[in-house]
Design a binder for this molecule. Structure first.
Ligand SMILES: Cc1ncc(COP(=O)(O)O)c(C=O)c1O
Length: 413
């Protein structure tokens, strides 16, 4: 794998923020798992919308309303195509992955009975844990957890043993935001089908970084966020098989999601509008279209190959530093472009602060995965995460910054 397929200089020229300086040094942005930067095409789509089209959608009969509605619905179709959904009606726009997963926990949860079981994993982001905890408290359902191997991957034998006739739902991260580990989706789908359980993928980290074809994966629902894939904040996607979404009751009630409203009760709009109550985030959904165009033009396999090469390079360079502990699968084959680490006994927050003084932006903390931190037996980690505009020289800057941190803390570097 090489990064030769990407013209990184041309890509970087599309991202205005990448030419700014931080603390007198060129910005090295390695916090892409938290949110990605935006190309000018997305920024321009936003200003173009507000300068030319702004109107409320679905209800107006004037030209602006029709144009805004068409652009909003065009993004829905593009999103469906991007993830291999069978129909645009299968795409529901929410605020983020978190809201998509809460929608599922709330609506699917209405059918759970005490002692039904929900399978999650030990590495879940709080977004794919807390909604299920709330559901378990409401319904009496039990949470079960897939444990991890030494390499931070799902322990498949233990996972298999969790599935039983009481299993109703399995919901896991397609790609871990800490370990980078990629879930064995085909196995989980096989285990789930044998007991007729619903399979949900938290695709917040995978949809931005690899080709994701929901049909080929064979899952029932998937959730992800536009802001982690070059798009604006405030737009989430929930994909679900049409017959499954159609069968669920609404999540939020209000305008737009109804068919007929009487004083005492109402009927619901057709999919996907049943799940989009109130005025949605029209401008940002429309600008998300430009992000999808950008990624499609590059090609998701090319993004994956680039991530792979950068991750391999980062792991190799970091492992040359004495005292470096890298978490997750040992090679880039079964992981995404996320490298979480601790360096000797320097606190992750100190690492991030020292790196920032050299213009290098990384994340430090529990990464919204406190139960995973307990498995790793650390309070926090530092985390570098890459995207299509990153280059090897930025990983060199990260390594230089880490050596600087080491020498400030009196380590031999
Ligand atoms: C694996 C995973 N799931 C869910 C989320 C939540 O995404 P959002 O904050 O956009 O709802 C994140 C964000 O970091 C994530 O990495």
């Amino acid at each position: 794998m090489t990064t030769a397929a990407l013209d990184i200089a041309a890509i970087r020229a599309d991202f205005p923020i990448l030419s700014r300086e931080v603390r007198g040094r060129p910005l090295v942005y390695l916090d892409n798992a938290a949110t990605t930067q935006k190309p000018r095409q997305v920024i321009e789509a936003l200003t173009h919308y507000y300068s030319n089209t702004n109107a409320n959608i679905h209800r107006g009969l004037h030209t602006l309303a029709e144009e805004a509605t068409a652009a909003y619905e065009a993004t829905r179709s593009k999103t469906a195509e991007f993830i291999g959904a069978a129909h645009p009606q299968e795409i529901v726009f929410t605020r983020n992955t978190t809201e998509s997963l809460n929608l599922l926990a709330y609506t699917l949860g209405a059918r759970l009975r005490p002692d039904d079981e929900i399978i999650l994993s030990a590495l879940e982001h709080h977004s794919n844990l807390v909604p299920w905890q709330l559901l378990a408290q409401r319904s009496g359902a039990k949470l079960r957890f897939i444990e991890l191997t030494e390499d931070g991957e799902f322990d498949l034998d233990q996972a298999r043993s969790l599935f039983n006739p009481r299993t109703r739902i399995v919901s896991v991260a397609h790609m871990s935001n800490v370990l980078g580990a990629i879930a064995p989706v085909a196995d989980l789908v096989e285990f789930a089908r044998a007991v007729d359980a619903t399979v949900i993928l938290d695709a917040a980290q995978s949809a931005p970084h690899m080709p994701v074809d929901v049909g080929a994966l064979g899952v029932d629902f998937a959730a992800f966020s536009a802001h982690k894939m070059l798009g604006p904040t405030g737009v989430g996607v929930l994909w679900g098989k049409r017959e499954l979404l159609a069968d669920l009751d609404p999540f939020l009630g209000g305008g737009e999601m109804i068919s007929v409203v009487n004083r005492e009760e109402s009927t619901w709009a057709a999919l996907p509008h049943k799940f989009e109550a109130g005025t949605p985030n029209i401008a940002d959904v429309i600008a998300f279209s430009a992000a999808l165009d950008y990624l499609s033009a590059v090609g998701m396999q090319t993004v994956r190959d680039h991530d792979y090469a950068l991750t391999a390079y980062a792991m190799e360079r970091l492992s040359t530093i004495e005292g470096m502990e890298i978490y997750g699968p040992p090679g880039p084959e079964r992981r995404g472009a996320v490298v979480a680490f601790n360096y000797a006994d320097i606190h992750a927050h100190d690492i991030a602060t020292i790196l920032d003084s050299g213009g290098v932006a990384v994340r430090a903390g529990h990464h919204c995965a406190q139960p995973l931190m307990r498995v790793l037996q650390v309070p926090a980690t530092a985390r570098a995460s890459f995207y299509l505009y990153n280059r090897e020289s930025e990983i060199d800057a990260l390594v230089d910054g880490l050596r600087e941190a080491g020498s400030r803390f009196g380590l031999s570097v």
